[in-house]
Design a binder for this molecule. Structure first.
Ligand code: THU
Length: 139
């Protein structure tokens, strides 16, 4: 099994960003979600003329993984996220929105799941999900 490092994961997020469909906001986002068996699911934001059906890049990646059967905390290691104005370099540390944090909380172990946020130099800011979403809701 070839292990993916977090710089490679950030590169994958940049590739995913190229697929973004964001004609309304002009803000394109890419995410690369790493499973425990070293598979990478890519996601991009996909907007809609009615606005509310739009989905963020991070949730696109989770929806793809969950629909392939990955749905337990032990299944997921990390997600890298990049975003910025369409056609421009990604902004520094494009942090996930609250809704995406809550979706991550549903499927991961927030104490160990890592959110990887490249800065403008490509250095990686790494947080556990619990740092970004303390006391996330669970039934
Ligand atoms: N967006 C994401 O894809 N992920 C986030 O965590 C925050 C925002 C998208 C939604 C919308 O298509 C665009 O960025 C501007 O808000």
């Amino acid at each position: 099994m070839k292990r993916i490092d977090f710089y490679q994961l950030a590169d994958e997020a940049n590739k995913a960003r190229e697929m973004a469909y964001a004609p309304y906001s002009g803000f394109t986002v890419g995410a690369a979600l790493l499973t425990s068996d070293e598979k990478v699911y890519l996601g991009c934001n996909i907007e809609n003329a009615a606005y509310s059906p739009s989905i963020c890049a991070e949730r696109t990646a989770f929806v793809k993984a969950v629909s392939d059967g990955y749905n337990k905390p032990a299944d997921f290691k990390a997600i890298a996220i990049v975003g910025g104005a369409k056609g421009e370099e990604p902004k520094s540390k494009c942090a996930p929105c609250g809704v995406c944090r809550q979706v991550m909380n549903e499927f991961t172990d927030p104490e160990s799941f890592l959110v990887i946020l490249p800065d403008e130099k490509g250095e990686l800011d790494v947080h556990t999900l619990s740092e970004l979403l303390p006391l996330g809701f669970r039934l």
